[in-house]
Design a protein around this ligand. Structure first.
Ligand code: PMP
Length: 411
C-alpha cells in the first residue's frame, strides 16, 4: 500500500488532466523533463506580478524582496543535498552548464598533459563532450569505465583504470538511458584513495534518490531543476568550498567581481564568483517550490512508489512476452539497482515508429539515443523506446502502456 495519495498529487499538476489524440494523457517522459506542480507555476506568476526586480545590488524594497527569495532557494538547495554551506551551491542553467563550468575552470587550471580523466560508458553526452574538449586542450587522456550487458558498470575495470595519473572521475549517478544506479560510494572512495576528485552527474538522481553530499563525500554534484519538478533553465553546481575557492571564474561580468579597474579585477566570493550577470531569477525562485514539493512527499515514499511502477511494468512486459511468444519486447537496462526508467525495443519495429504509435494513444515516451550514443553503440542499436516514471504516474497508466504495447506487438 502506497504511503502517498496519487490522486491528490495529480491534482497539483494541471497539465496531466488533458486528452492527447482523444485519449487521456499518459506522461511517461519524465527523465527528459518532469511536469510542474501548481505551486511552481504560481510562484513564477507571483514573482512577475508582485516582486520582479534585479537582485543583490538594489537599495529598494522589490530588489530586497527578490534577493531574499533568490537566496532562500539557495538555502533550500543546501538542505536538500545537505551541503555544509549555501555558498557551495551555485546556480546554473542546468547540468550541462554545471559540468562545462567545472571542465572549463577546474579542468583548465588543474589538468596537465598525461593526466587522466575517467568517465563511464553510461554517460550522457553532457558528461562526455566537455571532458573531451578540455582533455584535447590540455593533452590529458580520457578513460572510460566499461559497462556490462545488464547496464551495470564493470567495477573491476574501474579499479584497474584508477592510478595516480587519475585527476578526476566524472560519473553519472543514475543513468537516464537505462536507469542504472551506480555504486557511487565505491566510486568515490576508490577515487579519493588515488587523490582524484569526483563529479557526480545528478540529473536523474535529484528526483529519485536520497542525496547527501557530505555523507558521500562528493566533490562536485550537478542537478537540473526541470528534472526535479522545477522550471527549465535552473541548475545547480554543488562543489566543496576548498575546490570552488581555488577555481578561476567561469564567465566575466557583473556580480562576479569585487573591484574592477582597467588594470586589474579582483573576484567576488563563492557563489557569486560563478554567477556572472543577471541570473534566471524567476525560475530560481520557483525552483524552491519544487524542492518543497519533493520534501513534503518524502524521498522514501517517492522511491517506493516509483519502484512499484517500474516493477509492475517490467513484470508486465515479461508476461506479455510469454503470452505473445518469441519475446518481441527486449528490455535494455536490467541492473538490480535502478531508478524508474525502462528502455526497450520491439523487434522489427523502429523506436520512433513505436513512439508515434504510443502517442496516437495519448502516451508520451522518448525514443532515440537519449544523448548516450556510445552506450547505444555498445548495444549495437540505434536507440530505444524509454518509459520513465515520476511520482504522479499510476498503476493504471502502466496498464495502459502495456495494453498499447500488446496491440503494437500483435499488429
Ligand atoms: N545528464 C543526464 C543523466 C541527463 O539525463 C541529462 C538530461 N537528459 C543531462 C545530463 C543534461 O541535463 P540538462 O539538459 O538539463 O542540462
Amino acid at each position: 500500500m502506497s504511503a502517498i495519495n496519487i490522486q491528490s498529487i495529480r491534482s497539483l499538476f494541471p497539465i496531466l488532466h488533458q486528452e492527447v489524440n482523444k485519449h487521456p494523457l499518459v506522461y511517461l517522459d519524465n527523465a527528459a523533463t518532469t511536469q510542474k506542480p501548481l505551486a511552481v507555476i504560481e510562484a513564477l506568476q507571483n514573482y512577475y506580478k508582485t516582486d520582479n526586480a534585479n537582485i543583490h545590488r538594489g537599495a529598494h524594497t522589490l530588489a530586497d524582496r527578490a534577493t531574499g527569495m533568490f537566496e532562500d532557494t539557495r538555502k533550500a538547495v543546501q538542505q536538500f543535498i545537505n551541503a555544509a554551506e549555501a555558498a557551495e551551491c551555485i546556480f546554473t542553467k542546468g547540468v550541462t552548464e554545471s559540468i562545462n563550468l567545472v571542465a572549463q575552470t577546474w579542468g583548465r587550471k588543474n589538468l596537465q598533459a598525461g593526466d587522466e580523466v575517467i568517465i563511464s560508458y553510461l554517460e550522457h553526452h553532457s558528461n562526455i563532450v566537455p571532458w573531451q574538449m578540455i582533455c584535447a586542450e590540455k593533452g590529458a587522456i580520457l578513460k572510460v569505465i566499461p559497462v556490462l550487458a545488464n547496464g551495470t558498470l564493470d567495477m573491476a575495470a574501474y579499479h584497474q583504470l584508477l592510478s595516480d595519473r587519475t585527476k578526476l572521475v566524472a560519473c553519472v549517478w543514475a543513468s537516464n538511458a537505462l536507469g542504472t544506479i551506480n555504486p557511487v560510494e565505491e566510486i568515490i572512495t576508490a577515487a579519493h584513495a588515488h587523490k582524484a576528485i569526483v563529479l557526480l552527474d545528478g540529473a536523474q538522481a535529484g528526483s529519485h534518490l536520497e542525496v547527501d553530499v557530505q555523507a558521500l563525500d562528493i566533490d562536485f554534484l550537478t542537478l537540473s531543476g526541470h528534472k526535479l519538478y522545477g522550471p527549465t533553465g535552473v541548475g545547480v553546481l554543488y562543489g566543496k568550498r576548498a575546490l570552488l575557492d581555488e577555481m578561476p571564474p567561469y564567465q566575466g561580468g557583473g556580480e562576479m567581481i569585487k573591484e574592477v579597474s582597467f588594470e586589474q579585477t579582483t573576484y567576488n566570493e563563492i557563489p557569486f564568483k560563478f554567477e556572472a550577470g543577471t541570473p534566471n531569477i524567476a525560475d530560481v525562485i520557483a525552483f524552491k517550490f519544487a524542492i518543497e514539493f519533493v520534501n513534503n512527499l518524502g524521498k522514501k515514499n517517492i522511491i517506493a512508489h516509483e519502484n512499484l511502477l517500474l516493477q509492475t511494468f517490467v513484470l508486465g512486459v515479461q508476461k506479455l512476452n510469454d503470452e505473445i511468444g518469441s519475446s518481441p519486447i527486449v528490455l535494455y537496462g536490467t541492473a538490480p539497482d535502478k531508478v524508474a526508467v525502462q528502455s526497450f525495443i520491439i523487434k522489427g519495429k523502429h523506436p520512433f515508429d513505436i513512439g508515434l504509435m504510443l502517442d496516437a494513444r495519448g502516451i508520451a515516451v522518448r525514443t532515440g539515443h537519449h544523448c548516450t550514443q556510445p552506450l547505444m553503440h555498445f548495444y549495437q542499436i540505434e536507440g530505444t523506446v524509454r518509459a520513465s516514471f515520476a511520482v504522479y504516474n499510476t498503476l493504471e497508466e502502466v496498464a495502459v502502456l502495456l495494453e498499447a504495447l500488446r496491440k503494437i506487438c500483435i499488429k
